[in-house]
Design a protein around this ligand. Structure first.
Ligand code: RIB
Ligand code: CA
Length: 313
């Protein structure tokens, strides 16, 4: 039985690969819809990118809903330096021919969770958590109804990527992250600790290109573009691939290892704003509120992605 899921996302090339690989996994994931948030780039770009993606995958039936265009309290921080001006630089995807659905993304989340049997809908969060937190604040009943929240975000042993202590998604809206991590929903986080192991080497990018379909070509072009900044920054043999870890965790959890621990979000200090303070060694009696994924099988991960992208047009 496929798990019902809502993607909350700020596409972004890596978000795109996460969503495309999910659309290539209909037996395991039923994508109920997409709520879009500002993050990598401003909301008008992330919405357009989400529309382009569902059309690229031949799934214009999947509703795309625009959500928050800024964090709760902070100025929006974007990442064009990584993702390019549109957020989906790389492939030359046609402008979308479909429009976003009229409901706000937060209302889409609330109404979708309420419309399905309790415990059957999960949120797969790939960007700043503004929409997810707003949905929980506006409709506290959904916290008990959600099956899970599986998110890409945070870091501990691998430290930060947008500041020395914070990962981008949490950094952009730390107040939202604090609400989500305290909501009591079964939560799995895929932090930089595991995503930095998933490096998109040239051979792995070529494997997408070798598929020979438009989706594989687009993924190869996306990763070839978005790798530039990180290759310079890290000096690794490939740039880390973040958001598809969420999809892979849902479909192939055996590829990953982690543990249930306490994770708190720093919101007070400007120096460490957005830090995910992970009690990995259990030195406090704080509640264990997050399954922290620390490692994964990179070969298995990329084999999974290529196999699922190959199922698309
Ligand atoms: O830090 C990586 C995260 O920030 C990914 O979700 C990427 O898409 C950006 O949003
Ligand atoms: Ca993202």
């Amino acid at each position: 039985m496929a798990r019902k899921a809502i993607f909350d996302t700020d596409p972004g090339q890596d978000d795109a690969v996460a969503i495309l690989s999910a659309l290539g996994s209909p037996e395991e994931i039923e994508v109920l819809g997409i709520s879009v948030v500002a993050g990598n780039v401003p909301l008008h770009h992330t919405v357009a990118n989400a529309l382009k993606l569902v059309e690229l995958a031949g799934r214009p039936d999947i509703p795309v809903h625009a959500g928050a265009d800024r964090p709760f309290m902070r100025r929006l921080k974007t990442a064009e330096h990584v993702h390019g001006e549109t957020g989906l630089n790389g492939p030359d995807l046609p402008a979308p021919t479909i429009a976003a659905a009229p409901r706000h993304g937060v209302d889409f989340i609330i109404e979708t969770v309420r419309a399905h049997e309790a415990g059957t809908v999960s949120i797969l969060a790939l960007g700043p958590l503004t929409n997810v937190a707003l949905a929980i604040l506006k409709a506290p009943d959904i916290a008990a109804r959600l099956e899970a929240i599986v998110l890409m975000g945070g870091a501990y042993f691998e430290v930060g990527n947008i500041t020395p202590t914070a990962e981008f998604n949490i950094y952009v809206d730390p107040e939202a992250a604090k609400i989500v991590f305290a909501a009591g929903v079964p939560l799995t986080m895929l932090p930089l600790d595991v995503t930095h192991q998933m490096r998109a080497t040239e051979a792995r990018i070529e494997a997408f290109r070798a598929i020979g379909n438009r989706s594989g070509d687009a993924v190869a072009a996306m990763l070839s573009f978005s790798q530039g900044f990180d290759l310079q920054k890290y000096g690794w043999e490939g740039a880390p691939l973040h958001d598809p870890c969420v999809t892979a965790f849902l479909v192939r959890p055996e590829l990953f290892e982690g543990r249930l621990i306490n994770v708190e979000i720093e919101t007070a200090s400007e120096l460490t704003r957005g830090m995910t303070v992970a009690d990995y060694w259990g030195v406090t009696d704080r509640p264990k509120n997050a399954f922290f994924v620390r490692s994964g099988d990179a070969e298995g991960f990329y084999a999974f992605l290529a196999e699922r992208i190959a199922r698309l047009p």
